[in-house]
Design a protein around this ligand. Structure first.
Ligand SMILES: C[S@@+](CC[C@H](N)C(=O)[O-])C[C@H]1O[C@@H](n2cnc3c(N)ncnc32)[C@H](O)[C@@H]1O
Length: 260
């Protein structure tokens, strides 16, 4: 069952997370956001929209198809005159042609079916001015299949629930080639691929981690599991981590860029 981004209980899901220095460092290496117009599509709570604004963007347009998420984005970015909130679908945003210097989409494309992905890429291409940069950030099958470790805690999920791979197989891009081909087919040039290991959270101790995993039900692959299954997963993680403290959870990401 796909996540319902419009469900009121999923409000605040993509709020309250801090953008990490490694993300800022990579983005600064990829583009100069200063004085640029940037669309953050599938913006969720606008965490990264705000990050672009802090990096000196002239204007950031936050686009999402969910009113709940846009309400979060509005709350998170309030009183900033150069942040615009717009409801729209990534396949057809309703924004004018050639109006952006950068289109950014983080953790969006695994929510878009494979047959619609090229339409999503084509829409980003339409929005960009000539020379504009498309930045896609998502986790591929290869990223999520890394084994469980104190660093890659989500890897423990597949240790004990390998059947959830099926669910991920349906939605995750399989490898870089699939996305590269898609980007090139809609007209992007100089397509490049980067990796990013991005800190997600630091847990002071295991109890904090367990509480967070319980709260993730409803907004991650964990919504496929029953409460008992989640409890079993948490016990498995506890056994694997032992008495470790200051656990730093990280995510492996793939970043694709293309130039219009
Ligand atoms: C996993 S969240 C990522 C939020 C944000 N980009 C971040 O990284 O914190 C995915 C977001 O994409 C939005 N979304 C999913 N499919 C969409 C579509 N077809 N058009 C616009 N937004 C979409 C959801 O509502 C949700 O806010």
């Amino acid at each position: 069952m796909p996540i319902n981004f419009n469900a009121p209980e999923n409000r605040h899901t993509y709020l309250g997370r801090e953008v990490q220095q490694e993300w800022f460092d990579l983005m600064q290496k990829l583009v100069d956001p200063h004085d640029k117009e940037i669309a953050d599509i599938g913006c969720g709570g606008g965490i990264y929209s705000l990050a672009w604004q802090k990096m000196g963007a002239k204007k950031v347009t936050c686009v999402d198809f969910s009113q709940q998420m846009l309400a979060d984005a509005a709350e998170n970015t309030q009183s900033l005159p150069n942040i615009i909130i717009k409801q729209g679908n990534a396949l057809c945003t309703g924004l004018p042609d050639s109006c952006q210097d950068i289109v950014f989409e983080r953790a969006l494309i695994h929510h878009i079916s494979q047959e619609n992905r090229n339409s999503c890429f084509a829409e980003a291409h339409r929005l960009l001015r000539s020379g504009g940069v498309y930045i896609l950030q998502d986790r591929t099958l290869q990223d999520i299949q890394r084994p469980g470790s104190p660093e890659h805690i989500r890897g423990y999920i597949f240790d004990i629930y390998p059947h959830l791979q099926y669910f991920e197989n349906q939605r995750r891009p399989d490898d870089n080639i699939e996305v590269i081909d898609g980007l090139q087919s809609v007209g992007f040039k100089q397509v490049k691929v980067f990796s990013l290991l991005e800190k997600r959270t630091t847990y002071k101790n295991f109890l904090q981690l367990a509480a967070d995993f319980q709260a993730r039900k409803g907004r991650s692959i964990l919504h496929e599991l029953s409460d008992e299954e989640i409890a079993h997963l948490i016990r498995h993680i506890e056994k694997s981590l032992g008495a470790e403290t200051d656990i730093v959870e990280k995510d492996f990401w793939t970043i694709w860029t293309g130039i219009k």
